[in-house]
Write a protein that binds this ligand. Structure first.
Ligand SMILES: Nc1ncnc2c1ncn2[C@@H]1O[C@H](COP(=O)(O)OP(=O)(O)O)[C@@H](O)[C@H]1O
Ligand SMILES: [Mg+2]
Length: 284
């Protein structure tokens, strides 16, 4: 079996995925998405993608476009472009999770700076502001009051990009200084770790210095995690969960899941488990 792993920056994770694919007896080709171009209107693609593709591009748009192109030319890609679209856009994710009954923080969207104050009032301070597309905790801020919100809005309005002029506002969830990252492949939870926030940092992203500790999920968490993964379309996913006073809340499902942090704390070989899932999917 030939597995293609597409990337736009090779990290240890992509190397270990290729290694595990070869260990499992497959041929694995690492393909740099940045080097690719396609005749979009052609009937067939010159490029061959093997039996299955594991999409690992970091850039949301590159990942989405490349997956969409490869699917168009008949490739089987994990995850699908549909999953990428849902997970890559925080607004769409929140709507999909809530609609399916997955507990998720209360979220508002304001479609311009004209309505953002009213939206924040309706939600109630403090509010968390997030970019619609983004990761690693980047550009996520807390507005404790209207003054802070106005400052953030002023800054955002000065950025000449229309997506910055709409606002995703979320309830600030009181939680311990950690969250949960669950890595899912199909119907299996491969690993669950706490991500403990770094000192002087409220965000619990590993990219923000969080450290990880493995733990065994309880039944309720398992159910919520698998449901969240399922409703966004399934595949290999990273489900982020907060422990609120009212129970678990899923705040994000990551499409191209990083697992360096989770691997540091887990005995399970995460890359090997991901590859097992890829092989199982290709055979189906
Ligand atoms: N509503 C919230 N209340 C409290 N903390 C939050 C909330 N939303 C996000 N966070 C913190 O910020 C981090 C990043 O948020 P997230 O939505 O996962 O975006 P990203 O895609 O950048 O990781 C989370 O892991 C969590 O620590
Ligand atoms: Mg996250």
């Amino acid at each position: 079996m030939k597995i293609t792993i597409t990337f736009d920056r090779i990290r240890g994770e992509e190397k270990s995925l290729a290694l595990e694919a070869r260990r499992a007896g497959c041929s694995a080709e690492l393909v740099d998405g940045r080097a690719l171009f396609f005749e979009a209107t052609a009937k067939k693609s010159e490029q061959k993608f093997g039996d299955i593709v594991l999409q690992r591009c970091i850039s949301y748009y590159r990942s989405l476009f490349l997956t969409r192109i490869m699917e168009h030319f008949g490739a089987y890609v994990i995850n699908t472009s549909k999953v990428s679209e849902v997970c890559g856009n925080k607004l769409v994710s929140s709507m999909v999770l809530a609609r399916a009954g997955v507990p998720t923080p209360k979220t508002y969207v304001a479609l311009s700076s004209e309505s953002v104050d009213e939206a924040a009032e309706a939600l109630g301070y403090p509010v968390v502001l997030k970019p619609f597309v983004g990761s690693w905790g980047r550009m996520i801020s807390i507005a404790k009051d209207n003054q802070t919100l106005d400052t953030i809005v002023e800054l955002r309005e000065s950025i000449p990009n229309p997506i910055e002029h709409m606002y995703y506002l979320q309830d600030f969830v009181e939680r311990p200084p950690r969250d949960i990252r669950a890595i899912v492949a199909g119907d299996d939870i491969i690993a669950t770790v706490y991500r403990n926030a770094a000192a002087n940092e409220w965000r619990t992203n590993v990219a923000r210095g969080a450290t990880t500790t493995a733990f065994k999920p309880d039944k309720e968490l398992k159910e919520i995690v698998l449901k969240a993964a399922h409703v966004v379309g399934g595949g290999i996913l990273g489900v982020d969960v907060m422990e609120s006073s009212e129970g678990y809340l899923v705040h994000e499902v990551n499409n191209t899941v990083e697992f360096k942090g989770a691997q540091a704390a887990s005995k399970t070989k995460i890359a090997a488990k991901m590859i097992e899932y890829v092989i199982r999917s290709a055979k189906r």
